[in-house]
Design a protein around this ligand. Sequence first.
Ligand code: NAD
Ligand code: 89Y
Length: 350
Amino acid sequence: MSGKQSVQIGLIGCGFYARNHLHAWADLRKDGAQLVAVCDQDPQRVAATGQMFGVATFTDAKTMFDSVPIDLVDITTRMGSHKTLAALAAERKIAAVVQKPFAPCWQDCINMVETARSHGAWLAVHENFRFSTSMRRVKAVIGSGAIGVPNWARLSFRTGYNVYGGQPYLAEEERLVILDVGIHVLDLARYFMGEVDRLYCETQKRNPKIRAEDTATMTLRHTSGAVSIVESTYESRRIPDSFPETLLEMEGPDGSIVVSRGERMIVTTQGLSFEEEIGGPLLAWTSRPWHVSQEAVLHTNAHMLSAFRAGRPADTSGEDNLKTYALVEAAYESASTGRAVRPAEWHPTD
Ligand code: NAD
Ligand code: 89Y
């Protein structure tokens, strides 16, 4: 530890994706992140995780909170358990980060924000796409003014990668591609282009074996007047496949940014263009194709650690994530009614 105040961390939910969080917390040990306990209701799973990371294990979250001093809990379970687990933390004034999606429905998200607020507890959502090295670089180019204020964009997450292999529950979700991955891309649209005035969405179920929509095509009118197209599908057939990258094209009055497969960016500015590789290097615990998503977890956790320690809200605080979740709700409402929907019907924009 480099003399920084230590933060005691517990993690709940030692499943498929949690391994990335666990490795990320281990990497952040040098910055004062002390993973002290893990919890999973599956005894074998939690025992194996505890052994691998050398920490105390619990099969019940309440027992963990009552047994080990924890400053911040990382909730990496699926969305259905987030509200209950975050409330257990809030009641004890323990800071909590929940994985995306925040919760299965809007009302649960609101309840979680209100519960945290009523206890004065810090709450954030692990929305990692905006923390990847490549997306941070795009944000920096926008911030440099190289293309002017962006007024048009297309953000695409199109894949045929077998997401159901690692995450079999996805095939049974009532709401699939918008809530599972469109949520990340909608968050990026907010991050790059600002808040949204209205949104129109068409959904498709192209894979008959899947319960819900696997393709969503959305058109967003931002409050700035900019327009963006947000696409997400699990039914694309492309070789090579770009999973789990978000590809994008963005235009402003003075230039453009194009990010293509392999995290390659071409920036055109003032009539000239340059190309750059914008991905982060492989880490000891990341591998292709997941690396892009995995390394974003490290940067997300680092952000959570420093925001919590500084006593300020995370960029993706519970309150902030309501604005992303409102876009998800607007998208489903639009798809079912055939009309453009204002996300402000759920949550007023700034
Ligand atoms: P999973 O089903 O593999 O793992 C969830 C684990 O939580 C299981 O081991 C389960 O036993 C445990 N659990 C459930 N309820 C519990 C409780 N009350 N107490 C203790 N343990 C409990 O799920 P997963 O695929 O790892 O997904 C977890 C979350 O991560 C989901 O919300 C998913 O959307 C998200 N995810 C995010 C990304 C990303 O890029 N941000 C990628 C993949 C998954
Ligand atoms: O669940 C999804 C996510 O959040 O990022 C990628 C994913 O794992 C599958 O598309």
